[in-house]
Design a protein around this ligand. Structure first.
Ligand code: R5P
Length: 298
């Protein structure tokens, strides 16, 4: 029986190698580069013919990555791969989940359609499910969602004495409550109003009954960083110790990692997007889900 093939798109080589080793999959290789005019050149250096094939591509900076990814999946199909899966620890475009203003694109549905047409299955880590209850509402292929909450709570238990887990907005409650329960710590959720991409307002609640604890802000995504930054500044203004900011996916647009560090925060993220703050390894939680969907070749 031939082992399934796991192939990294550029930038994902290290994690894909670890995952392939953990799963006993063969690591395949893809050659890809840009032509001088910006078009994509792509070539499978390992033949996927007749083999269950998984592409590993996390989707931060999605506009640069989506088209080459679709080309890779289509080429694997032309080369007669048995089954083509996508391992995308960070699944982009999930926050555009409603037409907030007339005429807006609901890009979560459009990206879901593109990926569902290109792939046979998908594994991801904590997609931003807010107005959708499950990926199956927009993806038409089998999907598995794995959760980073146990990794976060384990990290907190090992590194923070007497934490107070804080969610910056109501959307974060799903992660915050799971993390707090598992870490045996109290939690609260703040109120956030977003006025624009880089303009958020956060209202701090009365946290005095938890004074003396270390504030640990937990959210799914740090993008512009404004959500975390506002919360960090408010905590500092109220005299709380410097907080720890934990996110599943650290995108860090606008140099927000630097801004958070300058504001006195410590940053911890999962390796769903490679960054120096990565302290939570998603490899083991991905492996179980990938094994279920990629299976073995007949
Ligand atoms: C919001 O719905 C998410 O859970 C995050 O709070 C948000 O994506 C963070 O964005 P930013 O870092 O741009 O404030």
């Amino acid at each position: 029986m031939t082992a399934p093939l796991l192939i990294a798109t550029p930038g994902n080589e290290q994690q894909a190698a670890g995952l392939a080793a953990a799963l006993g999959f063969d690591l395949g290789h893809l050659e890809t580069r840009q032509f001088p005019d910006g078009e994509t050149y792509l070539r499978f250096l390992t033949s996927p013919e007749g083999r269950s094939t998984a592409l590993f591509c996390t989707l931060d900076h999605p506009n640069d990555k989506l088209l080459p990814l679709i080309f890779a999946a289509a080429t694997a199909r032309e080369l007669k791969a048995a089954k083509i899966g996508l391992i995308s620890p960070y699944l982009a475009y999930m926050r555009q989940d409603r037409r907030f203003k007339p005429g807006e694109a609901v890009t979560s549905r459009q990206v879901a359609r593109l990926l569902s047409e290109a792939f046979d299955w998908l594994v991801t880590v904590d997609p931003h499910l807010h107005r959708y209850g499950a990926l199956g509402e927009i993806y038409t292929i089998p999907t598995r969602v794995v959760h980073a909450a146990p990794l976060i709570s384990q990290w907190i238990k090992s590194n923070v004495t007497s934490p107070l887990i804080i969610g910056p907005d109501s959307e974060s409650e799903q992660w915050v409550s799971a993390v707090a329960n598992d870490a045996g710590a109290p939690y609260c959720v703040l109120e956030k109003v977003r006025h624009g991409d880089r303009n958020v307002e956060i209202k701090l609640k009365d946290l005095d009954s938890w004074s003396g604890r270390t504030p640990v802000l937990v959210d799914d995504i740090i993008s512009s960083g404004r959500t975390m930054l506002e919360a960090v500044k408010l905590m500092a203004a109220r005299g709380w110790p410097q907080p720890i900011c934990i996110a599943v996916h650290g995108l860090f647009a606008d140099d927000s990692d630097t801004l958070l560090l300058q504001a006195g925060a410590r940053i911890v993220t999962s390796n769903s997007v490679p960054h120096r703050s990565n302290a939570l390894d998603t490899g083991s939680i991905l492996a179980t889900a990938v094994r279920q969907l990629a299976g073995s070749d007949p």
